[in-house]
Design a protein around this ligand. Structure first.
Ligand code: UD1
Length: 370
C-alpha cells in the first residue's frame, strides 16, 4: 500500500524528538499528516517546550489522558484514539518507542485494520519486569512496518518469527533531531545558567521505577551523586516522578549536586554535549551520548540499546550505586569511552522512513491468507 493519510502519535517526552523529523519529512512529501498527542505527558516542561524547540506545530488532536495506573492510562488512550481514528480514518498510524501511548495506539489501529508503523522497532532489554519491554514486544507484533534503528533490532525481530518483508533498517530518528539542533543548543551555553564551565560538570538523570520507586535505592543513588560531586559538580534535572519520590522519602540533596526542573530539548542537548560524563537510566540518553561521543554511565542492569555499548560511548554500570563515583573517576582520569557513531545514525533516518512509506509496503492484511 501507499498511504496518503497518516496519523503520527506522540505521548511522552521521548516520543517528541523521534516523531518530529518523520512528521516534517512526510509533510514535505505532500502526504496528509495528523499529529495526535495523547497527553500522557502534560506538564509544560515535559511536553509543550519540546514542540517549540523541535519546530513542531500544535497537535491536531490532544487526547488529554494524563497520569494513572498502567491499565487506566492505556485504556483511556485506547478509547480516545479509537474515536480519533474513526473520525479521521488514517491509512497508516505511526507510533514510536516504548511508552504506554505506543502500545495503546498500535493496538487500536491494528484492530481497525489501519496499517501500523513502529519507529524504533526491535529493541529488547530481555527484562520482562520493565513496562517498556512489554510495550516494545507487543507493539512490534501488532505492527505492519517495523522501522529499526540498528541491526541488532532486525536480528531480534527475525528471531521472534517476524517476516523479513515487515522489517526496514532505517537508522535512528532521535539522532536526526540531535544533528538538526546540536549547533543551536551548544550556542545557548546552558551550563552557564548553573555557574558551570564546558567539560567541567556531570549531568545525571534518573526516572526508572526500578531506581526511584524504592526509597532505599533512591537514597543510595543520591548519596552516590554526592560522592561524584566531590570530583566535579553535578546537574540533576529531575523528572516529576523522581521529584515526587524524593519528597515522599524526605531525601535531601548532597553538597555539589544541583537539583533542577526538567529542561527543554535545546537546553538539555547543549548541557549534555559539553558534559564531562553523563550518568543516567534513560534509554534515549544512552543513544544521544553515543552520537555526541560523551562518556555515559548507565545505572541499569540491562539495556535494550546494545549498540551504544559495542560501538558507542556507553558503559552499563549495573544497579549498585556504589559503583558510580569510581566509574566517574576512571572517566575523568582519561579512560572514558568515546566510541564511534553507529551505522545510519546520520541525520537522515526520517527521510528513509518517508521513502519507505511513499514507495509502498505490504501490510499484514494484504499478506493474510484469503
Ligand atoms: C514514561 C514512560 C517511560 C519514559 C518516560 C520518559 C511508560 C510506561 N513509561 O515514564 O518509558 O522513559 O515516560 O519521561 O510509558 N508526571 C507529571 N507530569 C507529566 C507526566 C508525568 O507530573 O507531564 C508524573 C505523574 O505523577 C505520573 C508520573 O510522573 O504519575 C509518571 O508518569 P508516566 O507517564 O506514568 O510515566 P513516566 O515515569 O513519565
Amino acid at each position: 500500500m501507499i498511504p496518503q493519510r497518516v496519523s503520527c502519535v506522540v505521548g511522552a517526552r521521548p516520543n517528541f524528538m523521534k516523531v518530529a523529523p518523520v512528521y516534517l519529512a512526510l509533510r514535505s512529501r505532500g502526504l496528509q499528516v495528523r499529529l495526535v498527542h495523547t497527553g500522557q505527558h502534560y506538564d509544560a516542561k515535559m511536553s509543550a517546550v519540546f514542540f517549540d524547540d523541535l519546530g513542531m506545530p500544535r497537535p491536531d488532536a490532544f487526547l488529554g489522558v494524563g497520569s494513572g495506573s498502567h491499565a487506566e492510562q492505556t485504556a483511556k488512550i485506547m478509547t480516545l484514539f479509537e474515536q480519533d481514528c474513526t473520525n479521521w480514518r488514517p491509512e497508516l498510524t505511526l507510533v514510536a518507542g516504548d511508552v504506554n501511548s505506543t502500545i495503546a495506539c498500535a493496538l487500536v489501529a491494528s484492530k481497525l485494520a489501519i496499517a501500523v508503523g513502529h519507529i524504533e522497532a526491535g529493541l529488547r532489554s530481555r527484562d520482562w519486569g520493565m513496562p517498556e519491554e512489554i510495550n516494545r514486544v507487543l507493539t512490534d507484533h501488532a505492527s505492519d512496518l517495523l522501522l529499526t534503528p540498528s541491526p541488532d533490532a532486525d536480528a531480534n525481530l527475525l528471531a521472534e518469527g517476524i517476516e523479513p518483508w515487515r522489517i526496514r533498517f532505517v537508522g535512528n530518528c532521535m539522532i536526526d533531531s540531535l544533528r538538526a539542533h546540536q549547533a543551536r543548543a551548544v550556542a545557548l551555553e546552558p551550563w552557564r545558567a548553573f555557574g558551570l564551565e564546558a567539560q567541567g560538570y556531570v549531568v545525571a538523570t534518573l526516572h526508572r521505577p526500578s531506581n526511584v520507586d524504592d526509597p532505599r535505592q533512591l537514597a543510595q543513588l543520591m548519596a552516590a551523586l554526592g560522592e561524584v560531586a566531590k570530583q566535579l559538580p553535578v546537574v540533576f534535572p529531575v523528572h516529576p516522578r523522581t521529584a515526587a519520590r524524593l519528597l515522599d522519602a524526605h531525601i535531601t540533596t548532597p553538597v555539589g549536586v544541583q537539583v533542577v526542573e526538567p529542561l527543554g530539548y535545546l537546553q538539555f542537548l547543549g548541557l549534555m554535549a559539553k558534559a564531562a560524563v553523563v550518568a543516567t537510566d534513560s534509554g534515549g540518553i544512552q543513544e544521544e551520548t553515543t552520537a555526541l561521543g560523551v562518556p555515559c554511565l548507565t545505572l541499569r542492569a540491562t539495556t535494550e540499546r546494545p549498540v551504544t555499548i559495542t560501538e558507542g560511548s556507553n558503559i552499563l554500570l549495573g544497579v549498585n550505586p556504589e559503583l558510580l563515583a569510581p566509574a566517574v573517576a576512571t572517566v575523568l582520569a582519561g579512560s572514558g569511552k568515546v566510541g564511534r557513531v553507529p551505522q545510519l545514525w546520520d541525520g537522515a533516518a526520517a527521510q528513509r522512513i518517508a521513502d519507505t512509506i511513499t514507495q509502498g509496503f505490504s501490510t499484514l492484511l494484504e499478506r493474510a491468507p484469503k
